[in-house]
Ligand binder design. Sequence first.
Ligand SMILES: Cc1cc2nc3c(=O)[nH]c(=O)nc-3n(C[C@H](O)[C@H](O)[C@H](O)COP(=O)(O)OP(=O)(O)OC[C@H]3O[C@@H](n4cnc5c(N)ncnc54)[C@H](O)[C@@H]3O)c2cc1C
Length: 368
Amino acid sequence: MEATIGGGRRSSSSRAYLTEAATRPNLTIRVEAQTQRLILEGRRAVGVEYRDAGGLHQVFASGEVVLSSGTYNSPQILMLSSIGPRRQLEALGIDCVLDLPGVGQNLSEHPNLIMVFGAKKRVGLTKWLRYDRTAAAAARWFLRHDGVFATNSAAANIFIRTRVGLDRPDMQMICMSVNNTATMWFPGLTPPPLFGFSARVGALHPLSRGAVSLRSADPGEPPRILFNLLQAPEDMATMTAGVRACRRIYGTHPQKELVGGEFFPGSAVQGDAELAELIRRNATHRSHPVGTCRMGLDDLAVVDAKLRVHGIEGLRVADASVFPEVPSGNTNVPSIMVGEKAADLLKGREPSVASQRDERPEWTFAGH
Ligand SMILES: Cc1cc2nc3c(=O)[nH]c(=O)nc-3n(C[C@H](O)[C@H](O)[C@H](O)COP(=O)(O)OP(=O)(O)OC[C@H]3O[C@@H](n4cnc5c(N)ncnc54)[C@H](O)[C@@H]3O)c2cc1C
């Protein structure tokens, strides 16, 4: 499975980009600092107000302001800066400089259900959770940055179509060779965890939409997040189909030879209604929130194709909040791609020839 790991360490965008750039004379990094709001002159963004241990500060832009606080906080900062749905802002006593009703709307996320299967043999990562083996693996990682702790422990990333006729996969399963609730154990003192496998089953193109809204005009207050996961019946149908597809895969050679029964939800849960009830009670999200400053040209769009906020000069948003909908997979690399694109736009670089081609990729995934 592909992962952003370099030299045995998971590589954040901070590690991958900022570490190298940190010494540039034209870059100042402020940490432990919280942006309170953007500074506007009329309908032009000219700077940022932030708070740190030393108090409140203002910095001004010679060019443009780029907002990149993620799907929850970018809309929060826009709204705290008087840009957003007028009624919501005025209800909290915030003057509305620009009525942009789409700010905070269109929250799109992958629903996620973790299925657990037992193992017939003592295979997989569980054996590394015995405390002495954990200590040895941790020491190895610390000294050499390799071994079992230099991976993200996902064994496979499966994309499938749950129905005939779909032009692209609608379901992702992230397969781990460990039971998701397994913890370290101490022989003689605590029982070993269940040796098993887990599969994170998630619909790739959910229709349900949530929203991020302000709780208060105080930037120190987190925003309100409402997912509305599985609100659309289509999303639930995809999830139940995904559970069944996962059962088929784990019941097929070669997994079949390793799997010793379904622990969760359990093979007794079969009917559509039963499965739906179970999914509704147990599904979570995948930490792939996007869409609250959606790109587009309609009335509910927040940014244009060049990431510029509609109606405000000198302001772009560059993070996962601009995606119109959640991508068909994990969101870290697509978010980094938005950052790369923003850098090109700021520097006035032309799109590469490849990205100008109008070609749809040919799907080569096997159908069911
Ligand atoms: C637990 C977890 C696991 C994940 N695992 C994976 C994975 O395995 N693979 C994958 O592809 N994706 C994964 N993701 C998703 C991925 O991390 C996100 O899609 C991606 O980071 C989104 O990038 P972003 O720039 O939009 O937002 P973020 O990465 O959230 O960046 C926003 C930044 O803004 C800062 N910020 C917010 N508000 C303020 C403020 N007021 N002032 C100053 N700074 C502020 C935040 O601290 C943060 O550093 C995971 C997410 C989580 C939470």
